[in-house]
Design a protein around this ligand. Structure first.
Ligand code: CAA
Length: 291
């Protein structure tokens, strides 16, 4: 099946990155959000991020203009009706995702493939609430989407082979690499990455190291591009906590217990870069540890 028009629901950090890479790869994109302000911010961020690729000689100015021209924005879900593929990239909360799919169903075409960019929620369960579990998949991009090579493809129990093959072709057209994961809590990347981040927060909580020494240790001692606390701020502490809760509830093993300090930061509304405070304070010229 040929995918031409792609709908992206949610214009946050994942949604805008997804719209960016699809538009640059020749797909028509309809970007949806409930907030006009979020849509405006997403389009100007996509413009800035593609400009960064132009200035580094990775994209031509002409390709940038064509890609920007392929992105339409809307606050109305029914406008996604003509899309061949829809990628839900809203907040990592199951009730929100379910409500979006329910609202979409009356407007989409019989052949439309539905996907979720969820980083941890059961694809089988999300699919079962739609009229097309066989054309439903997990389509998990990594942040920052334009830079990260990997896309996780997660088949629910009912996903059919043509849907999987179609998405493999889409990943290839994006110039990215697919890794297939079974539909178990947090799939592959977050099953491994989040317990490491959670352990870094325990290391801070127990006073084994400071924010700077923990991050420096993993950067210089394990060659990670970012330290685990810096990475947690980058991903969003609310997202990290939501994923740990999915692991804890779904696998019922105490090794996935979210660190109380992570819970406290989220309760404080210190969610990382997006709120300008998390393990670091981003309000000044340079990030400074908050404890
Ligand atoms: N759009 C386009 N290009 C971007 C970009 C964006 N949003 N962000 C960065 N870049 C480009 C830069 O232009 C630069 O390009 P060149 O190589 O051509 O110079 C390159 O990426 C590197 O960027 P910087 O020089 O600004 O910074 P850096 O070298 O420190 O790298 C980073 C930044 C790529 C984010 C790097 O720190 C990194 O890889 N960090 C780890 C990211 C990671 O682990 N992501 C996964 C998170 S987990 C996840 O996403 C799953 C989940 O469900 C939670």
């Amino acid at each position: 099946m040929e995918i031409r028009t792609v709908g992206v629901v949610g214009a946050g950090q994942m949604g805008n990155g997804i719209a960016h890479v699809f538009a640059l790869s020749g797909f028509d994109v309809v970007l949806n959000d409930i907030s006009t302000d979020a849509l405006d911010k997403a389009v100007s961020l996509i413009d800035r991020n593609i400009e960064r690729q132009v200035s580094r000689g990775k994209v031509s100015a002409e390709d940038k203009a064509t890609a920007m021209g392929r992105i339409r924005t809307t606050t109305k879900l029914p406008d996604l009706g003509p899309c061949d593929l829809i990628i839900e990239a809203a907040t990592e909360r199951e009730t929100i995702k379910q409500a979006i799919f329910e609202d979409l169903l009356p407007h989409i075409q019989p052949h439309t493939i539905l996907t979720s960019n969820t980083s941890s929620i059961s694809i089988t369960r999300l699919a079962s609430r739609t009229d097309r579990p066989e054309r439903f998949m997990g389509f998990h991009f990594m942040n920052p989407v334009p830079v990260m090579q990997l896309v996780e493809l997660i088949r629910g129990i009912a996903t059919d082979e043509p849907t999987y093959k179609t998405l493999l072709g889409v990943v290839e057209k994006l110039g990215k690499t697919a890794a297939s994961a079974e539909d178990f809590p947090a799939f592959i990347v977050n099953r491994i990455l989040m317990p490491m981040i959670n352990e870094a927060v325990y290391t801070l909580y127990e006073g084994v190291g400071s924010v700077r020494s923990i991050d420096q240790s993993l950067k210089l001692g394990a060659n990670h591009p970012m330290g685990p606390l810096e990475l947690a701020d980058f991903i969003g502490l609310d997202t990290c906590l939501a994923i740990m809760n999915v692991l804890h509830d779904g696998l019922a093993d105490t090794k996935y217990r979210p660190c109380p300090l992570l819970v406290k930061y989220v309760e404080a509304g210190w969610l990382g870069r997006k709120t300008e405070r998390g393990f670091y304070d981003y309000r000044g010229e340079e990030p400074v540890p908050t404890r």
